[in-house]
Design a protein around this ligand. Structure first.
Ligand code: HEM
Length: 413
């Protein structure tokens, strides 16, 4: 057995974490990683065990008295003073409290509702392509992968189109201090932007209280939890999660999807000839380039996982990206294969009570996006033949910084 070396926060590892994930899976599938101060779980079956036992592995990571420290604590104090401090609605609660909030969000993006949104999503996709198709080139991340989910979530929330890019800036700020190494000044700048977003949404919330419309904010403002209306803290927290959840992850998956097609032109050609395979391609992108590398749980009582003792109070990182290449479930798991059998068994949306409520919407954005891109753009190629596909160095999200592509306009039949 070789010694495991490498830190999950090392920029080179973040750029390509897969060799380290593989070594962990094979040699130490539940291992304490000092740089994270957490046990890192890399095997599929162990993650499923965690998900089946939320009473032991809790989402309420501050349940045992822990709290944010350093720059994150300063940012949090700024939020409390100038806006609305965090309360726990979805991500930081367990059933039965979680279930109350979750029912509200589940209604918004049921598979049935997402099916009715398909013509609308296709319209957004076509508008974005119209804006760059005549140039024969674009930065695919800036011009497509970012604005598609931002526009969709903004429209669903009832935010005017003119403010769509604010959603991206606010979302980056909401996720920033948790995922980037930041000093206090940078964390406070993020907090300032978050508070700006909160005041913006407070106005929208008050407006919808008076005049409900057909949008999610109106639904949330008028919904009841346990016989009462949600307060401003709860509404702000839910909106924070919808904005970050509905945006960054989908952007990253779309960017990765294009990267994988460029790296595997024969598979892109296959999909042009077999567009019915794009649905499976979407699952394979989510599996092999998992947008959320890992998420966290806290251990509420002494337990054991994968033969490793986990004392009460331990933090656990569920390595979705590592488990999605577990050879016990995905033979030849490191290989991208648009025809892979059961690609959709991946854990990219989590599982259990916190399974992503936006999964149907995210999937549809990818499906509509790539179907139309392959219909309307021919000969898609990297603008730079030596493209290195550099990723944003983020501790738990994986997405490209930029992706310059060239193409020809397809001759439509
Ligand atoms: C490809 C796109 C997406 C990916 C990969 C993704 C991934 C995830 C993951 C891994 C989780 C956490 C599961 C866990 O704790 O185990 C999650 C939760 C969540 N996602 Fe997504 N997501 C995507 C799209 C969306 C969209 C489009 C929305 C909203 C419109 C959304 C909203 C949320 C929310 C609100 C949660 C918290 C759910 C809870 O704690 O109950 N996500 N997502």
């Amino acid at each position: 057995m070789s010694e495991i070396e490498g830190s999950l926060l090392d920029p080179n590892v973040l750029e390509c974490p897969f060799p380290l994930f593989r070594q962990l899976r094979e040699e130490a599938p539940v291992r304490f990683m000092p740089e994270l101060k957490m046990f890192y779980v890399t095997r599929y079956k162990d993650i499923r065990t965690v998900k089946r036992n939320p009473q032991i592995f809790s989402n309420d990571i501050y349940a045992l008295g822990g709290s944010r420290t350093g720059p994150q604590a300063a940012a949090e104090a700024y939020r409390r003073e100038h806006g609305w401090g965090r309360v726990s609605t979805l991500q930081r609660t367990d059933p039965p409290v979680h279930t109350l909030y979750r029912q509200l969000v589940d209604k918004a993006f049921t598979p049935r509702r997402v099916r009715t949104m398909v013509p609308y999503i296709e319209g957004v996709v076509n508008d974005l392509i119209d804006a760059f198709i005549d140039q024969g080139e674009c930065d695919f991340v800036r011009d497509f992968a970012v604005p598609l989910p931002c526009t969709v979530i903004a429209d669903q929330l009832g935010v005017p189109r003119a403010d769509v890019l604010k959603i991206k800036i606010w979302s980056d700020a909401m996720l920033g201090p948790g995922g980037h190494h930041m000093d206090e000044a940078q964390a406070l700048e993020c907090a300032r932007l978050v508070v700006e977003a909160q005041h913006y949404f407070a106005e929208v919330i008050e407006d919808r209280r008076r005049q409900p419309r057909d949008d999610i904010i109106s639904d949330l403002v008028h919904a009841e939890v346990d016989g009462r209306r949600l307060d401003m803290y709860e509404l702000q927290d839910l909106l924070d999660q919808l904005i970050t959840g509905g945006n960054e992850t989908t952007t990253n998956a779309i960017g990765s999807g294009m990267m994988l097609l460029l790296k595997h032109p024969e598979q892109m050609q296959y999909l042009r000839e077999h567009p019915e395979g794009i649905k499976n391609f979407v699952e394979e992108v989510l599996r092999v380039e998992t947008p959320v590398l890992h998420l966290f749980r806290i251990v509420l009582e002494d337990t054991e996982l994968g033969g490793v003792k986990l004392p009460k109070g331990s933090m656990v990182a569920l390595g979705y990206a590592a488990a999605n290449r577990d050879e016990d479930v995905f033979p030849d798991g490191e290989t991208f294969d648009v025809c892979r059998h059961k690609a959709g068994a991946h854990l990219s949306f989590g599982s259990g009570p916190h399974f992503c409520p936006g999964a149907s919407l995210g999937r549809q954005e990818l499906l509509s996006g790539f179907t139309i891109l392959l219909e309307r753009l021919d000969n898609i190629r990297p603008a730079d033949p030596d493209e290195t596909y550099a990723h944003v160095p983020h501790s738990f999200l994986r997405g490209l910084k930029a992706l310059d592509i060239r193409f020809e306009k397809a001759v439509q039949p």
